[in-house]
Ligand binder design. Structure first.
Ligand SMILES: [Zn+2]
Ligand SMILES: [Zn+2]
Length: 247
């Protein structure tokens, strides 16, 4: 992995899962695939939750083994920690120092999972407002480097994303990212956030992180969604997020 010069955006993937959480391949396999695909910047970011038991999450007792394993490879050591519905993030501050990238992910609110949940949402406006408040609270924890899949909504209201995520919503959320120096992820699995959102990030100088959110081998390095938006909007290089220690 090169540490000289700014990498091409299509050679960056900062959101990859492995069998430590819910990916279906090992760290070693992920690194091999990334090499074959010519990636220059790879972060392994498995799900982690030390506050509550959830399936397919690394628990506190497995944290050291995870870090030790990643130390054997030329990868950035990351985690996708849970953003709980009150905005708490599922990692303690003392663990953060052992990592290169701490990313937050919001996956459920009011016990409705964002993926694979067919429970109806009667009040989409109220729900989206709750998402806004929760994301901002998480950003204000001071723990996160990046928030994954910002503006991603549950299956049942995803089609209404453009209507429910208003310009005011975007401005409020992005302003918090700006104030706290947290990067917004361009999530290529869920194709969020949209161009309108990214343009406002650029206006406010908020950095953008590129992630495939790979859980399967073929997804590693698949970041076309991000690359296209970055090129279309002509995002300057200094707004592309890279983990500390890259240069
Ligand atoms: Zn996630
Ligand atoms: Zn993920």
């Amino acid at each position: 992995m090169s540490s000289r010069g700014f990498p091409l955006v299509e050679k960056i993937d900062l959101h990859v899962h492995t069998s430590f959480s819910d990916g279906n391949y090992s760290v070693e396999e992920a690194v091999k695939i990334a090499e074959i695909k010519g990636l220059k910047v790879l972060a392994i970011t498995d799900h982690y939750n030390e506050l509550q038991y959830l399936p397919n999450r690394i628990t506190r007792s497995k944290f050291s083994r995870y870090v030790q394993t990643l130390n054997r490879f030329t990868v950035f050591k990351g985690l996708e920690v849970e953003i709980l519905q009150d905005g708490t993030v599922s990692i303690s501050k003392k663990k953060v120092g052992k990592l290169d990238i701490v990313m937050g992910g919001l996956h459920s609110i009011n016990n409705i999972k964002f993926w694979g949940d067919s429970y109806p949402i009667w009040d989409p406006k109220g729900f989206v407002e709750k998402v806004r408040v929760t994301l901002i609270k998480a950003v204000e924890s001071g723990i996160l480097d990046v928030v994954a899949h910002v503006s991603w909504l549950p299956d049942m209201i995803r089609k209404e994303t453009h209507r429910e995520i208003t310009n005011d919503w975007i401005e409020s959320v992005v302003d918090a990212f700006c104030d706290w120096g947290v990067a917004v992820e361009l999530n290529c699995a869920w194709k969020v956030p949209d161009e309108r959102f990214v343009k406002y990030c650029v206006k406010r100088g908020v950095k953008l992180s590129i992630g495939s959110d790979a859980h399967q081998r073929v997804m590693i390095g698949k970041t076309d969604y991000a690359v296209k938006i970055l090129e279309r909007i002509k995002v300057p290089e200094d707004l592309i997020f890279l983990p500390t220690g890259f240069f």
